[in-house]
Design a protein around this ligand. Structure first.
Ligand SMILES: Nc1nc2c(ncn2[C@@H]2O[C@H](COP(=O)(O)OP(=O)(O)OP(=O)(O)O)[C@@H](O)[C@H]2O)c(=O)[nH]1
Length: 208
């Protein structure tokens, strides 16, 4: 088992939010909290350090985390946003622990016991990825931070697909088919309003 002091948590909030009109998705109000706050609640107190990976509005994010980190800038010709794999890489580099657990800022209904499930699920593997019974959720993952050099080399040759990188490693799925709705994410204003309505109207009558 991975003890808490060996684990860093990180919320990925470094995207461009194009489908949300370019707004900073993690800071979008959702059921009484900025979206990022819902994800932070699943991680805080269960990790040694809590990071938020964000490329803008660092001051606003700082309130929710021990440390805010921007994407590493790679010395290559491409420039610009490189997707969540670059966020994961930036976290692997920034973490001071042997393990990093990542979760996206736009999934406000993740299981309360996400950390315990991932830690139990990883076993002897180097990477564990959440699986809802139908789909993998590559941005909900637990990774050994010693993979940073390997990922740097992968990014340097232009790879952007997270699952292709995982597939080259000793990885496993963590079955969460008992809570498939936990992975609902929101990309547009319409999805945000819909999910807010669904979650607020759910049996608990509140978004935890
Ligand atoms: N660090 C980092 N994270 C990213 C990047 N692109 C997406 N993400 C994160 O990855 C997760 C899934 O992102 P998407 O919804 O696919 O992308 P997005 O940029 O947020 O939104 P769209 O521009 O509408 O696709 C979210 O937590 C994003 O914050 C990136 O270039 N860098």
């Amino acid at each position: 088992m991975i003890p808490t002091h060996d684990l860093t948590g990180m919320v990925l909030a470094g995207g461009e939010g194009r489908r949300m009109g370019g707004r900073d998705k993690g800071l979008e109000p959702f059921a009484g909290l900025p979206l990022v706050g819902h994800v932070v609640k699943r991680l805080e107190g269960r990790v040694a350090e809590l990071l938020i990976n964000a490329n803008r509005n660092a001051d606003a994010y700082r309130f929710f985390a021990d440390r805010v980190i921007a994407d590493v800038v790679m010395d290559d010709a491409e420039g610009g946003f490189k997707g969540p794999l670059m966020g994961i890489y930036s976290g692997l580099r920034a973490a001071k622990t042997p393990w990093l657990l990542v979760a996206p800022c736009d999934s406000p209904a993740l299981p309360d016991d996400l950390v315990a499930r991932m830690v139990q699920g990883v076993g002897q593997h180097d990477i564990a990825v959440a699986f809802d019974g139908e789909r993998l959720h590559p941005v909900v993952a637990l990774l050994r931070t010693s993979l940073a050099d390997d990922l740097a080399a992968t990014l340097a040759v232009g790879e952007r697909k997270i699952d292709r990188w995982y597939a080259r490693h000793n990885w496993c799925k963590v079955d969460m088919s008992d809570c498939p709705d936990a992975f609902a994410n929101l990309n547009t204003e319409e999805e945000k309003l819909h999910l807010e309505k669904v979650l607020m109207g759910s049996s608990s009558k509140e978004v935890k």
